[in-house]
Design a binder for this molecule. Structure first.
Ligand SMILES: Nc1ncnc2c1ncn2[C@@H]1O[C@H](COP(=O)(O)OP(=O)(O)OP(=O)(O)O)[C@@H](O)[C@H]1O
Ligand SMILES: [Mg+2]
Length: 367
């Protein structure tokens, strides 16, 4: 749930539990000069009206924020700093309570509440604690958002890095090795057949160069298959599964619906990485000699990678670190990638096998 919706729920809860006429939450914008309305519950629910932006220090709300203070008044029509007293009288408003939302020494916003009845000290104290809890909550959500953005950036730069290493390996080292193999072939042709030892040595060098070519190709492909960019996920999965089968001997059955079509580059790459990590895990951990990849559309996009191996332990499935158990990078990183494209990843596992399942709702990509 995003911050605005959470704040709206908080405002609604305050309206309900202390019978406030309306409750509003403003947050200080990035340049710390304007309070922007984020939530409004009760009599007013619009957040783009007259008081949607209040400069720091202006009106009662701006004043509360600048002074990092609170302001409460049980007789606003006669004795308050609320500037529109006529409006307050017309609406039958009696009391106001405003609290700055403060983290350490930093003000991050204000919560303001109006009542048609006077408010007791006990309620005021409680509202003060509620404001503190809201401030802590906002800080936590923002920290989580920053963390998510950071891990997104990390994954993206890792992808870029892999893409560029893959290209360099293929275009530079790979091409040089091909040239080397060709020259060794020519050298062999120029060497008289009676110089058997020399020819043998050259042919061994040639075999070694060919092996290096294959390895560099595989490495480059594993880092970033070019087919993913130009032909799309379906072809990249087919290609990868074939190479995986050659390398490991594990048979991979494919059920890829042609209805899936092309998707955004970021989504295709994330799904490809899930396939890659799941197959690697199957090879390294499952003991299974078969795997199956299914991809289809129903109410969204589904991708499943299944094996018939020994399965994960329960703590591994939950992805939590527990004593005596080392959590790898693969599963958490799959979770993170899928979250970044607005999807969900589940792992279902028994002692008879494991399924990694990704679901992406239509239009699901989060920005
Ligand atoms: N298909 C599978 N079958 C059985 N166990 C699995 C399977 N996939 C993962 N596991 C278990 O879950 C653990 C965590 O997997 P994860 O991919 O996060 O880390 P890893 O593969 O050990 O290391 P890496 O960080 O290189 O991926 C593995 O160590 C393994 O014990
Ligand atoms: Mg792994």
């Amino acid at each position: 749930m995003d911050l605005r919706r959470i704040l709206q729920k908080c405002a609604e809860a305050i309206v309900k539990h202390v019978e406030a006429t309306f409750v509003r939450v403003w947050l200080l914008n990035d340049d710390q000069e304007v309070l922007e309305l984020q939530a409004s519950a009760g009599m007013y629910t619009r957040i783009n009206g007259t008081y949607s932006r209040i400069a720091l220090g202006k009106l009662e709300i701006g004043h509360i924020a600048r002074k990092k203070t609170k302001y409460v008044n049980n007789d606003i029509v006669h004795h308050s700093r609320i500037h529109d007293k006529k409006w307050a009288k017309r609406e039958g408003l009696v009391a106001f309570a405003g609290y700055s939302l403060v983290i350490g020494k930093r003000v991050i916003g204000v919560v303001g509440m109006f009542f048609k009845h006077s408010i007791t000290r006990t309620i005021l104290d409680t509202l003060g604690s509620v404001a503190d809890a809201i401030a802590q909550g906002i800080e936590r959500i923002r920290a989580e958002e920053r963390l998510r953005q950071l891990s997104g950036q990390l994954l993206r730069s890792q992808d870029e890095e892999r893409r560029s290493i893959a290209r360099d390996l293929h275009d530079s080292t790979g091409q040089d090795l091909v040239a080397l193999a060709t020259m060794l072939g020519q050298l062999s042709g120029l060497t008289p057949s009676k110089e058997r030892k020399k020819r043998l040595l050259i042919s061994e060098c040639n075999a070694l160069a060919e092996k290096c070519i294959r390895e560099v190709r595989t490495l480059s492909y594993m880092l970033h298959p070019p087919v993913l960019d130009h032909a799309g996920l379906e072809d990249a999965i087919r290609d990868y599964a074939k190479g995986f089968n050659n390398r490991t001997g594990i048979r991979v059955e494919l059920e890829l619906s042609p209805r899936v079509g092309r998707m955004e580059r970021e989504i295709e790459l994330a799904l490809f990485r899930v396939v890659q990590e799941s197959l690697t895990n199957i090879h390294r951990h499952s003991g299974s000699n078969r795997a199956k990849i299914r991809m289809y559309r129903n109410s969204g996009l589904k991708l499943e990678i299944t094996d018939i191996g020994r399965g994960l332990s329960t703590s591994e499935q939950r992805g939590k670190e527990e004593p005596g158990f080392e959590l790898g990078v693969g599963i958490p990183s799959m979770h993170e990638r899928v979250k970044l494209i607005g999807g969900r990843l589940e792992i279902e596992s028994t002692s008879h096998g494991t399924t990694v399942r990704v679901t992406i709702p239509f239009g699901g990509k989060r920005t």
